[in-house]
Write a protein that binds this ligand. Sequence first.
Ligand code: ZN
Ligand code: ZN
Length: 198
Amino acid sequence: MWMSLLCAGGQGRAEERIEGPAINLLVFSSRTALVASGIAPILGQNFSARIETFTAEMPSGVESKKTSDPVRYSAVSFLEHMRGVRQDGVMLALTDAPLYYPGFSRVFGLSQPSYGVSVVSVAFFGSREGDLCERAVKTATHELGHLYGLAHCTDPFCAMFFSYGLSDTDRKLARFCPGCEEKLSINLERRHMTWLER
Ligand SMILES: [Zn+2]
Ligand SMILES: [Zn+2]
C-alpha cells in the first residue's frame, strides 16, 4: 500500500534498545486509520515499542464554542478527554479535526506528558498523500518524544525541533539527533517518564 511505501525507511536499530511501553494510536476516521497504519512501523522503531491502533468515536465537547468559522477543536480539551480513556502505555490520537491552542490557531500536535497523552492533527498537512504521511510521522515522533521526557531541540533536522510552520516540519527528520537519541535511551532504561509515576 502506498502509505507503507512512503513511510518506509526507519533506522532499524530497535533491536538494540530495551523494549518500551506500548504506544496506543487512537483514530476517528478511515483516513486517519490509513495514516496510522503507515506511520506505526516507524514509531515502533523510534521508541522500540509495540504499537496498537484503536478506532473510536470523536470525543464530544472538544469543539470550540467561540470560533465557529472555521470550526476549531480545543487541543487541550482533546487531551483532557484522552486522559480519561488512557489505559496502559501512552496514547496518541490522530485526528482530521483542526486544533487550536490559546495563541495558536493552527496546532499540529500537543502533548501532556504527566497524563501520557498526545494529539496530532493532520488537518493542516495538505492533501497530497506523501506529504500527509511524512508530516504525520514527524509530528507523532515529536509528540511522543515529549511523552518520553524529551524537550525541544535546537537542531533543525531533529524531530524535537519546534515547528513554527510546515517548512520546519518538512525540513526535519522523523528521528532524533544523537543528543536526543541518547536522552531517550536513558529515559527508557531508567523509566524516566512522568506518566509512569502515577
Ligand atoms: Zn513540542
Ligand atoms: Zn535533538
